[in-house]
Ligand binder design. Structure first.
Ligand code: NAI
Length: 340
């Protein structure tokens, strides 16, 4: 959500220092599910982040040590370690500052994100348990679907272990923001990196609510039918990729890009940079849904502030109304699973 970059960019232009020389700049980041379609390119991007000095790659796949060996030959500061199988999970997680989780199965054509629940719920639960034991202060960024339910699962596991901090658990919805900016950029005929569109709600179908009325620069569409079609394209963009990959999985490369952006923002917050804002699915009291995606300020202890979503037009209010019961159901499914 690049509006956040502006104050920092201005400070740099003015020659001002916007970071303290004593701030931490060496972080351990774990990718759990690192050998997968998202995990590998995500690890590739994180290996290039100068704030990452240790990159631990965890997966159950036999190729994991090889992925680590491969990346370790890149001449960037991060020291890469590979950890294969549950017996090596603790070592991977130990003392992590950030744990990014793309572990689990992706969709095939015809599947909804909820169809993944049975497999992915226990994967996220087990990784969250290890975080509780080995890095209870880590920021946890969950990519694994269904995000609307896996975030409540991880939160409940951390609660049971007595280490839950709602500011440290985020569901990654950055890809929805990235997609919205891309499509608006195409319509407006401008560089998509200059476009900012907040996307709120959750991360599946009708729970994905792009706030096109707050788009910066303003969206060059006024026909309500076209705005509705664009909204639906953003909501169904994941399915567009699933169909195009024809059984070969879901979005991986654009997701890795979005995951690396969110992780980079989390790290900038941790090192003390101000005005770092991203949309994320977090514990929230903005609506009746107890978890909700909205712009948040990222700081030294994770989510520093949950920002509101401003004024919605009538169409967006209807989208929100439709999303809330679905979100509540998804949250309950996750919480019920974790309580079992
Ligand atoms: P993939 O199948 O290519 O990779 C998943 C990886 O997880 C595999 O390497 C597998 O060995 C590993 N894995 C499975 N069980 C594990 C366990 N217990 N511990 C550690 N690793 C384990 O799948 P892909 O395409 O990378 O997708 C991963 C997840 O991300 C899926 O749930 C998918 O739905 C989700 N996703 C989320 C998006 C978002 O915007 N939040 C966007 C796209 C995908």
């Amino acid at each position: 959500f690049s509006r956040a970059l502006k104050p920092a960019a201005l400070a740099v232009q003015n020659g001002a220092k916007n970071f303290s020389t004593t701030s931490q700049r060496n972080f351990k980041v774990v990718v759990a599910g690192a050998a997968g379609g998202i995990g590998q390119p995500l690890a590739l991007l994180l290996k290039q982040n100068p704030l990452v000095t240790r990159l631990a790659l965890y997966d159950i796949a036999p190729v994991t040590p090889g992925v680590a060996a491969d990346l370790s030959h890149m001449n960037t500061p991060a020291k890469v370690s590979g950890h294969k199988g549950p017996e090596e999970l603790s070592a991977a997680i130990k003392d992590a500052d950030v744990v990014v989780i793309p572990a689990g199965v992706p969709r095939k054509p015809g599947m909804t994100r909820d169809d993944l629940f049975n497999t992915n719920a226990s994967i996220v639960r087990d990784i969250a348990l290890s975080i509780a034991q080995n890095a209870p202060k880590a920021i946890v960024a969950i990519i694994t679907n269904p995000v609307n339910s896996t975030v409540p699962i991880a939160s409940e596991v951390l609660k049971k272990a007595g280490v839950y901090d709602p500011n440290r658990v985020l569901g990654v919805t950055t890809l929805d923001v990235v997609r919205a900016a891309t499509f608006v950029g195409e319509i407006n005929g401008v560089d998509p990196t200059s476009v900012a569109v907040p996307v709120i709600g959750g991360h599946s179908g009708i729970t994905i609510i792009p706030i096109l009325s707050q788009c910066q620069p303003a969206l060059k569409l006024s026909d309500p039918a076209k705005i509705k079609a664009l909204t639906e394209r953003i909501q169904e963009a994941g399915t567009e990729v699933v169909k195009a990959k024809a059984g070969g999985g879901s979005a991986t490369l654009s997701m890795a890009y979005a995951g690396a952006r969110l992780t980079a923002s989390v790290l900038r917050g941790l090192k003390g940079e101000s005005n770092v804002v991203e949309c994320a699915y977090v514990k929230s009291s903005l609506t009746e849904a107890t978890y909700f995606a909205s712009p948040v300020v990222l700081g030294k202890s994770g989510v520093e502030k949950v920002l509101g979503y401003g004024t919605l037009n009538e169409f967006e209010q209807q989208l929100l109304k439709a999303a809330l019961p679905e979100l509540a159901k998804n949250i309950k499914t996750g919480e019920d699973f974790a309580k079992k």
